[in-house]
Design a protein. Structure first.
Length: 147
């Protein structure tokens, strides 16, 4: 199968509000009021946690049968630590991004715990968003167009 190029666009609206679109889908992002936003949507790091959790869930669905895992319920809770003082260079030496992401998996299944743990390790290694985050994908600004 040939490589696929995914595309998205983001438009800054009023304040910190942003509308991001991919294909025919749109999501609104914003900052919390405590950081100057209007709290009208998730922050980008929150959306990143949602993207990672959703990707894990989709990967679970795609790999479960091949691993002989049947489950009645699967959900994830994701947490990420971020220091707000690192945002906008408020304090030198602090990262603006998430410092650590922790995932807790809740599974209702008859499979033994050891088999589920091996399966989840396979999911982690197969999940595209996890791979993107863990393997330091390069980000390049190709063009700047000034109107």
């Amino acid at each position: 199968m040939a490589k696929v190029t995914l595309k998205a666009n983001s438009v800054l609206k009023e304040g910190f509000s942003v509308e991001s679109k991919a294909r025919n889908f749109m999501v609104k992002l914003d900052g919390p009021k405590s950081l100057g936003g209007q709290d009208s949507g998730m922050t980008p790091p929150e959306l990143l946690l949602c993207a990672l959790g959703s990707c894990y869930c989709m990967t679970v669905r795609g790999l479960a049968k091949a691993h002989g895992i049947e489950f009645q319920e699967f959900r994830l809770e994701l947490e990420g630590d971020q220091n707000p003082e690192g945002l906008f260079y408020k304090k030198e030496g602090l990262r603006p991004g998430l410092e650590e992401i922790r995932i807790t998996a809740y599974i209702k299944s008859n499979a033994p715990k050891e088999k589920i743990e091996l399966f989840l390790n396979s999911v982690k290694n197969t999940c595209p968003v996890n791979d993107t985050l863990v393997n330091g994908t390069s980000i390049k600004t190709n063009n700047v167009v000034i109107a």
